[in-house]
Design a protein around this ligand. Sequence first.
Ligand SMILES: NC(=O)c1ccc[n+]([C@@H]2O[C@H](COP(=O)([O-])OP(=O)(O)OC[C@H]3O[C@@H](n4cnc5c(N)ncnc54)[C@H](O)[C@@H]3O)[C@@H](O)[C@H]2O)c1
Length: 323
Amino acid sequence: MNPVVKKKKALVVGCGSIGQRHARLLGMREDVCLSVCDPIETNLINTCRQTKVDKRFKDYRKALEECPEFVFICTPESLHAAIAIAALESGVHVFCEKPLADNLSSAGKIIDAVTKSNKLFAVGYVLRYTKAYRTIKSLLDKKIIGNVVGGQVSLGAYETLINAKTDCYLNQPWSLILTYTHEIDYLRWFLGPVSRTVGMHAKLGEVEKKVDPNVVGCVLQFDTGAIITLYMDYIQSPGQRSIMLIGDKGKIFYSTMENLVVVYKDKAEPFKTIDVAEERDNSFIEEHNQFFRASKNQINSIVDANDAFETLKTAYSLIDSLK
Ligand SMILES: NC(=O)c1ccc[n+]([C@@H]2O[C@H](COP(=O)([O-])OP(=O)(O)OC[C@H]3O[C@@H](n4cnc5c(N)ncnc54)[C@H](O)[C@@H]3O)[C@@H](O)[C@H]2O)c1
């Protein structure tokens, strides 16, 4: 006979594009009893169609009264602070989608609430759980390309605007940069703190959904001195990510188009080629596993509130330079 698994009470707040993915994967777990919350009935119905849901709510305050142990905040970023603070004050472990908040003042209030609570707080920078980004991090840590001096990274993601269940990205000022703090997060993870940012922005292209800006190009300098150019747009469809990092002993290339991490050393042929293809769900499942493990062992989350705050500060220093 299978041993009885004690179910954790989890609540997903915000059942839009990413909330439905979190809910689907959490609802499939044997060790989770899932509730969901969204003010839009269709989003609740679509979520419940995809996975096993115990209870559903339209108001997160009512949902928190049912005493979940874990809350997953998947609403637009302008609501992260209010929901995160309410959840922490009710004694719940919080997983909050990135970015930490839509502005530094709200993010500071989350930090204060996390400090006052003794609850776990994790932020959903999911690229850190992917095979591709873990592989690159491990190669950098092993100094396979020596010390990084510079590089180029890019991101294109028009589908983000198409897949969203609300107009949150169209309404959020600087949404391209705030949404793709993913790129700032992984660069800080790879290379350490950022010391300077400069950039340019534009609203371009014949596209139906057009935010201002929808094209950003910038340069980040790290405390190590390394200089990275970062290009982002809400134009490319299908979207893509690419990375080229240059060290004093070689280069690393990665693109989501090929799903290969390729290392070059002192020859024209690759020194190493690593296949990093995987199902998109894998990194989210790993993110959930790590969050639950962290709550049990009382260890820090991989990306905690302070770490995500530093990423948001870098994003706002870039936004200030664009203004
Ligand atoms: N980690 C990732 O890869 C990833 C991917 C996409 C989005 N995100 C982040 O997740 C968040 C949501 O993005 P999305 O693309 O799913 O947006 P979305 O517009 O598709 O979904 C937002 C959902 O929140 C709901 N909502 C609004 N107000 C609410 C409230 N008061 N209570 C409960 N629900 C409420 C909306 O009805 C909608 O269903 C954003 O912060 C975004 O940056 C992260």
